[in-house]
Design a protein around this ligand. Structure first.
Ligand SMILES: [Zn+2]
Length: 261
């Protein structure tokens, strides 16, 4: 069994959601975490999680949505959402160091406050740190994140760097802080990630599809869905040259432990 630890299936047209879940179940995906990107979207994520047994919710404000300083009202709303049974993680949160992203200081404060909230509510975090053009060498946002994680002793609640596309030395810093690495599609087509995959211990890996409605792909059957997660597990087994069943079980147990199932 596999857990898709990060997706946005609640953003699909509602009539599609039962079909997406049943395709996932047929592909051995037993649980899906659907993450909100702002307060309204997090409320929707929880509503869908409450409706479907195999779906769980992540609540949070995505860095691209933090255009003005995070308000007390937002934190209060997230806090009340995070107390719901089906909310398993504070997500999607992060830092985006890109030209069109909101001012980094404002993002940083929002990121910090949401991690503090996660600690208060004893929930893990699933986050991303993106540098401009996903530059491997750049460490501006990464350094900010690492300082925040150290200051807030992130290992107490745990978490995972999702859609990971970085070098081993950065992954190692996150592992040392008590975090996990979540792999998605990039490991399939980006060979420069293979070294990172091969070096990360099997008990530190989880997987995700980050799937959402991909209207820019006219062929609906080509949209990524939780059912596609096997390809990521296959690739990890191939890169690490270990038994497929072994790594699947490891990844499943890591996900269960992180998300307190
Ligand atoms: Zn996402």
């Amino acid at each position: 069994m596999i857990i898709d630890t990060h997706a946005h299936i609640h953003q699909h047209d509602e009539y599609e959601i039962p079909e997406i879940i049943s395709r996932a179940l047929e592909s051995n995906v037993s649980k899906i975490i659907t993450a909100g990107v702002n307060i309204t979207d997090s409320e929707l994520s929880l509503r869908i999680a409450n409706k479907y047994e195999n779906v769980y919710s992540g609540v949070g404000i995505h860095p691209e949505e933090i255009k003005s300083p995070i308000s007390k009202k937002d934190i209060k709303a997230l806090k009340s959402l995070s107390k719901e049974n089906k909310v398993k993680v504070i997500s999607e949160i992060g830092l985006d160091n890109q030209k069109t992203s909101p001012e980094i200081k404002i993002q940083e404060e929002g990121f910090y406050e949401q991690i503090k909230l996660a600690k208060e509510e004893k929930l893990p975090i699933i986050f991303h740190i993106r540098e401009e053009n996903n530059d491997f060498e750049e460490s501006f946002a990464k350094d900010i994140a690492i300082n925040i994680f150290s200051e807030l002793s992130i290992g107490d609640i745990g978490g995972a760097a999702h859609y990971f596309a970085g070098k081993w030395d950065y992954a190692k810093k996150l592992l040392d802080l008590g975090l996990l690495i979540s792999f998605a599609k990039p490991i399939i087509y980006n060979k420069s990630l293979h070294e990172t995959v091969s070096k990360i211990p099997s008990d530190k890996i989880i997987v995700e599809t980050d799937s959402y409605p991909q209207h820019y792909k006219p062929d609906r059957s080509k949209w990524t869905e939780p059912k596609d997660i096997s390809n990521i597990v296959n690739k990890i087994a191939e890169i690490k040259q270990i038994n497929r069943k072994f790594i699947e079980e490891k990844i499943y147990n890591n996900s269960i432990k992180l998300l307190n199932f």
